[in-house]
Each structure stands twice: as structure tokens, then as C-alpha cells.
Design a protein around this ligand. Structure first.
Ligand SMILES: [Fe+2]
Length: 697
């Protein structure tokens, strides 16, 4: 595989070795471009999942298609052509590839020896000239190239209950821009599909405001309650095939190189390591994990190394059985069970890529090496019950349970007190929790330290920015919060794995690493801010930036509150407010940014100015923006001195937009940060470009 520090291109032989390690054929660039001699007639029906490209470097990119046998015609050879122009008058690389049943008729080609920062077009065709659609891709700038880098990041596309209008909007927006400002790539941070699938006949009632769409049918599958989950390789392949039939997603994949990292749903909703919890406790799911990994490998063109043989048309899936694991190691070392270890090591997705002088992209896998969330322990549920307080998790309990024996410099309490309840600290002799696991964490920190580019972009899948309510400020008539001060909205991402988050941020600070910018998905909301190990009343010291991009289509918290939180609920005004004759107001945004007193004042007066006068400056000094109701995409422009991130919010995608531009834009908001020096704190400026922001003053 190509090394990040190399400045010279690999030669043909070296590329052949690199391609084989990724299970790809090689299409190496010829010295001179020539017009295509192939007859080519577009037949999209023969390539039902379209074309794609992925993981570009300055001199190569992986190309992909799928061509199942048509009318008994198996093992047809496909030609791939890579051209400098859309009409294939300047073809620079060609190769022959053979789709095979072992790969579900998918093919991967490493197009190499290419020029940096260059747009290429590519297409596949069979011996009769029956061709795929034409794809477009782009190489990264050379390592010493100072030009700005533009990329989008997205996550969480639920086609079962929503539409990919955000991609249509992204395609339209990009076409309006001069070439130098167009996107170099799309970073997909996971939940490419949702493995929990409803079949329309099984669920006739709506899901929040949505209708169920018939997207995926599992050949094997297992039904749990009213939904279906994949259990084997044909099932996971079916999920990819179903989702990729979508025209918006297919157009996006054909238009930009994608860089993909999975999150939980590519394997299992409550999956981690090779295990999952389908509702009856943690069970071995190693066979599912291996099948999920193989399907991911087949359908996502990515620079991930195939383990085992070098046969291009075979993914050597490790032979595993589903084995329960009795003991979890929260340190993030994978549970010492041979099937579990084999399943996890079958495919490693963490990796890095570079775009010129300004962007180093470091992608972590936040699901394969993590421990099971300690706060899920049954022992915690009754003593820490906050059902009367919006189910917020007390911050002090999260800190103690997460850090285990490392809490309070190695002096954890024996008892966790929450109001009148007491919980024996079952974590006091245990290691702190980990998301990354020891091996990946060591790799990640080394990547951060060694990164040469101005902006170290952490492709992080899960959010870190704290989202919390200052429950201690609740007026007595609404109840007394039993805890110390804050209640947290999320516990299963970095906000709950606080000790390891702190280790990473301490490392960034100690090594004077600047330009660290975490980009995340998973939360189904837009958030922008700066990352500090702790917030007031503890020491507040930001050392990095973070942007959480909202879902392409999966429902966010506001949609849930609009359906499930009623005006009769005592604390409803902290989440959602329904002024007579008007649309519901997403108060959760306001509470997170300004605290409960501000939201309650607004609820009483309807006056934002009076409400802001009651803002608590300690609740969210780190946040510049929060919208838990938006959908859409996020775009980053990283130059030698500035990083700009724009959130493009579209209406709830419950119907397919047939408009060329993907439908209206609710708002565009842009954040700007100047590169900072070691010892300085990063800051963010906010600018509304279009529309009105939903209660995120
Ligand atoms: Fe998601």
C-alpha cells in the first residue's frame, strides 16, 4: 500500500502489488492518451448498482462496478477505460476485469499512474460494447500542493423510511460552482444502510412522520418483532443492492470519489466487536460480522487490505462460529475468544489519506474494537433512573462509570450517589472504557503526531461535543434534579467515553498539534463547536474543532419529540414547544445552547430577547450551533490558513424531491476557523448564508 510520506509515485510493479493486496485489478496509465477504440452503448440495466470510485490518492483511485450475468452469459470480461475527457477521446488507462460469483459480480480496479488534482472519467463495457454509465472521479493534489481542498461529509441514509434528496441538492450545488471550488471527494461516515428493515406489510402504522418503503428483502433474514435483520452474506449483499438501486445515491457515487467508514448499522444496530445485543443481552454474532465485512469489502471501493490469499476474485472470510463471550474487556482489547478475534481481524477499516498540503484524513473504526457501554449495566438502571427528567444521564455518574479505576487520579468512590439513591461503583477496579481499542488508538495518535498537512481531519463517525442540560437550574415547581448539575443527552458515543476522549485531547495539547478537526455523523443532528476535555465548572480548554453533520434522511431527535413528547409533559418545553397555530419549535436546540432557564422563559414569554437574558454561559461555551431537527449534507473547504464548514439543511426528506435541485434549502450556515498556533485555542465564527436557523440563536 502507498505510504503517506512518499513524494514519488509508485512504479507499475509496485502498484500491481498494492492493487492485489486490495483485491483489485490494475489499470496503469500509458505514457500517451489515445481515443477509445471500443464500441460503447450505455446499458444501465446491466450494471444495476451503477459505478463508483473511492479512496483517491494523488496518483491513483479505485474504480468499481457490479455486472451480474445477463441471459446466462457468465464470466464475461469487462473492459474499464479511464479518460481525461467525458467523450473518451483521451483514454490514459485500460484493463480487463472478470466479475465473479465469489464477489457477487462486483469488480474493483486500481487506476494508477494518474496525474494529481485531475478529474477523470471512467466506464466499463463488455465484449459486445454494452456499457455502464460513465463515472467521474478526481485524484488528490500532490503532497506539496497548497490549493484549498473541498469535501462533503454525510452519514445515516435510511431509505426504508426516507429519501436521499440531500444528494440531489449536493449534486446541484456542486454544478453551480467553478471547478476549483467543486468537491474533491465525499466522506461517508457510516450508516450507509440500516440493517433493521421493515417490510411494508409488517408495519402499516407510520414511523414518526414517515411511510415504510419497500427497499430490501433478505433472502434468509430473521424477523424480530416487526422488523427483519440480515444473518448471512446474501442478506448483507441484498442490503447494499437494495440501497444502491436508489437514483440519488447512484448519481452521487458516479460523480465523486467516496471515502467510506462504517458505523454500527453496516453490521448491527447494537453491534460491537464481533458481538451484538438484539434485545436479549450480548450474544456472539461473529458469522454476521464476517458477512457484513465481506459485503462491505465487495461494495465499497476502499483501500482496505484483504487478509489471506491474493486471488482477486475471492475474499477469504475467516471461518468462525457464533460464540458468546463471557467477559468484556472495557479497555477495548477485544474479548479473548478466538472467533471474536478472527472476525474482527478479517477486515480492518481504519486508514488515512492525504490531499496536498492542507488535508490529512485519518479515519477511525469506532465499532470494531470498543467495549460494551458500561452504563448499559442493569445495576445502573434503577438507581440512575431519570424517567421523570427526560431520561438524561447524570454527568457525574457517567464520568465515574466511564473512567473506572482511573477516576479522580486513581481514587474512584465506592458509592455513586444520585439523590436519595445509592449505586455501588461496580467500575472502581476496572480499566477506563475505550472506543478505539489499544492498537487502533496507538495508530491514531501516531497519525495525529506525524500528520504534515495543515488540517488533520478526523473521520470520526461518532460525535464528541457534549450535549447537556443544566438540570440544577430547574425551578422547584418542575422538580428537583437528583444529581450534581448536568444531565447528558448522549451516552453511547464520545460524550460517554469521556476518559479516552480526554486522553486524545491531552495528547493533541501535549504535542502542540494544531488544526485537528473531528467530523462526525451518527447523532442525526448538526452541531458545530470546539473540543475541550472538560466543560465548566471543570477546566475549559479547547484544543480542536468538531462538526457533527446531520443525517441524510434518518429521523432526528426533534422528529421523535414532535411525535412522542406531548404538551401535558411537565418538561416538554425543554424539548419541543407548540405555539397555537404555528409549527412546533425545536426547543431542545435552545436548551442545549442556553440552559433550562432560558427555554422556560421563552416558553412563558415567547420573547427570545428575554429568554437570552437568562442564558447560562456555562452550559455550552463550546457550542457555536446545534440543530437536532435538520437533515442534509456538510461541506468543508480547507485552505492553508482557514477552514470553513457549511451545513446545508433541507426539509425532512419524507417524499422524493423530483426537482433538479433536490428541493428547497431550509438554511445554510457557515463556520470559519483560522489555523491556530500551539498553545492557542481554536475559535469558530458563524455566518448565516441563507434561510433562518431553528432556535439555534
Ligand atoms: Fe444513523
Amino acid at each position: 500500500m502507498a505510504e503517506k510520506t512518499r513524494s514519488a509515485s509508485l512504479n507499475r510493479r509496485e502498484f500491481a502489488v498494492a492493487a492485489a493486496a486490495m483485491g483489485a485489478s490494475l489499470a496503469f496509465s500509458a505514457p500517451a492518451a489515445r481515443a477509445s477504440k471500443r464500441s460503447w452503448k450505455e446499458r444501465r440495466d446491466l450494471y444495476p448498482q451503477g459505478v463508483a470510485s473511492g479512496d483517491p490518492t494523488f496518483d491513483s483511485v479505485i474504480l468499481w462496478t457490479r455486472c451480474p450475468p445477463a441471459s446466462g452469459n457468465t464470466a464475461a470480461k469487462l473492459a474499464v477505460e479511464v479518460s481525461q475527457d467525458e467523450s473518451f477521446q483521451n483514454v490514459v488507462a485500460t484493463a480487463l476485469v472478470v466479475p465473479a460469483a465469489e464477489n457477487d459480480w462486483t469488480v474493483r480496479v486500481l487506476a494508477a499512474g494518474l496525474k494529481p488534482a485531475t478529474t477523470y472519467w471512467y466506464r466499463f463495457s463488455d465484449a459486445r460494447g454494452m456499457g455502464s454509465r460513465i463515472g467521474r472521479t478526481r485524484t488528490a493534489p500532490a503532497d506539496d500542493d497548497d490549493r484549498p481542498v473541498n469535501f462533503a461529509f454525510v452519514s445515516c441514509q435510511d431509505e426504508n423510511t426516507g429519501y436521499n434528496n440531500a444528494y440531489r441538492r449536493m449534486l446541484y450545488d456542486d454544478r453551480q460552482k467553478p471547478e476549483a471550488d467543486q468537491l474533491d471527494f465525499v466522506l461517508h461516515l457510516g450508516d450507509f444502510f440500516y440493517e433493521l428493515v421493515w417490510y411494508p406489510e409488517d408495519r402499516t402504522k407510520p414511523y414518526y412522520s414517515r411511510k415504510i418503503r419497500d427497499i430490501v428483502r433478505y433472502p434468509t433474514g430473521r424477523k424480530i418483532a416487526d422488523y427483519h435483520i440480515p444473518v448471512d452474506l446474501p442478506d448483507y449483499r441484498a442490503a447494499f443492492k437494495g440501497y444502491l438501486a436508489d437514483p440519488e445515491l447512484a448519481d452521487a457515487r458516479a460523480n465523486w470519489p467516496f471515502v467510506c467508514m462504517w458505523d454500527n448499522h453496516e453490521f448491527s444496530w447494537r453491534g460491537f466487536q464481533g458481538l451484538t445485543d438484539d434485545g436479549k443481552g450480548v450474544v456472539g454474532a461473529q458469522t454476521r460480522r464476517v458477512a457484513a465485512a465481506q459485503a462491505w469489502f465487495e461494495y465499497q471501493p476502499a483501500r482496505v487490505r484483504k487478509v489471506g490469499n491474493q486471488d482477486l476474485n475471492r475474499f477469504d472470510a475467516p471461518n468462525v462460529v457464533d460464540a458468546d463471550v463471557a467477559k468484556f474487556d472495557y479497555q477495548g482489547r477485544i474479548a479473548e475468544e478466538p472467533n471474536n478475534i478472527a472476525a474482527i481481524n478479517g477486515l480492518k477499516l481504519f486508514r488515512h489519506l492525504r490531499w496536498g498540503k492542507n488535508v490529512e484524513l485519518i479515519l477511525t473504526d469506532n465499532r470494531s474494537f470498543r467495549g460494551y457501554l458500561v452504563a448499559n449495566d442493569d445495576r445502573a438502571s434503577e438507581p440512575l433512573d431519570t424517567s421523570a427528567f427526560l431520561d438524561l444521564f447524570p454527568q457525574e455518574a457517567a464520568e465515574i462509570l466511564d473512567a473506572g479505576k482511573a477516576y479522580n487520579d486513581g481514587h474512584p468512590p465506592d458509592i455513586i450517589t444520585f439523590g436519595s439513591k445509592q449505586l455501588a461503583n461496580y467500575r472502581k477496579d476496572k480499566e477506563p472504557q475505550s472506543i478505539l481499542g489499544q492498537e487502533q488508538k496507538a495508530w491514531f495518535l501516531e497519525q495525529l503526531r506525524g500528520a504534515k498537512a495543515t488540517w488533520k481531519i478526523w473521520g470520526n463517525s461518532q460525535g464528541s461535543l457534549d450535549g447537556r442540560f443544566d438540570m440544577k437550574n430547574l425551578p422547584p415547581e418542575l422538580g428537583k434534579w437528583p444529581g450534581r448539575d448536568y444531565g447528558m443527552l448522549w451516552i453511547d458515543d464520545w460524550q460517554g467515553y469521556r476518559y479516552e476522549r480526554g486522553e486524545i485531547l491531552d495528547f493533541v495539547k501535549a504535542n502542540g498539534i494544531t488544526g485537528v478537526t473531528s467530523v462526525c455523523g451518527d447523532r442525526h443532528c448538526f452541531m458545530a463547536g470546539v473540543l475541550s476535555k472538560a466543560l465548566p465548572p471543570q477546566d475549559y480548554e479547547p484544543v480542536a474543532l468538531e462538526f457533527v453533520g446531520s443525517s441524510i434522511s434518518s429521523p432526528g431527535a426533534v422528529e421523535v419529540y414532535e411525535t412522542n413528547v406531548h404538551d401535558t409533559e411537565k418538561l416538554h418545553a425543554l424539548l419541543v414547544r407548540r405555539p397555537p397555530g404555528k409549527l412546533p419549535e425545536p426547543m431542545v436546540n435552545f436548551t442545549m445552547l442556553h440552559g433550562v432557564a432560558a427555554s422556560l422563559t421563552y416558553d412563558k414569554t415567547g420573547d427570545v430577547k428575554q429568554a437570552l437574558a437568562r442564558s447560562n454561559p456555562e452550559v455550552a461555551p463550546h457550542l457555536t450551533f446545534a440543530d437536532l431537527g435538520g437533515h442534509g449534507y456538510s461541506a468543508v473547504r480547507a485552505s492553508s490558513d482557514t477552514l470553513e464548514t457549511e451545513f446545508v439543511c433541507i426539509p425532512r426528506p419524507i417524499e422524493r424531491s423530483t426537482a433538479d435541485d433536490g428541493g428547497p434549502v431550509m438554511y445554510r450556515v457557515r463556520f470559519r476557523a483560522k489555523i491556530w498556533q500551539p498553545g492557542q485555542a481554536p475559535t469558530l465564527e458563524r455566518e448565516v448564508i441563507e434561510g433562518a436557523l431553528p432556535f439555534s440563536t
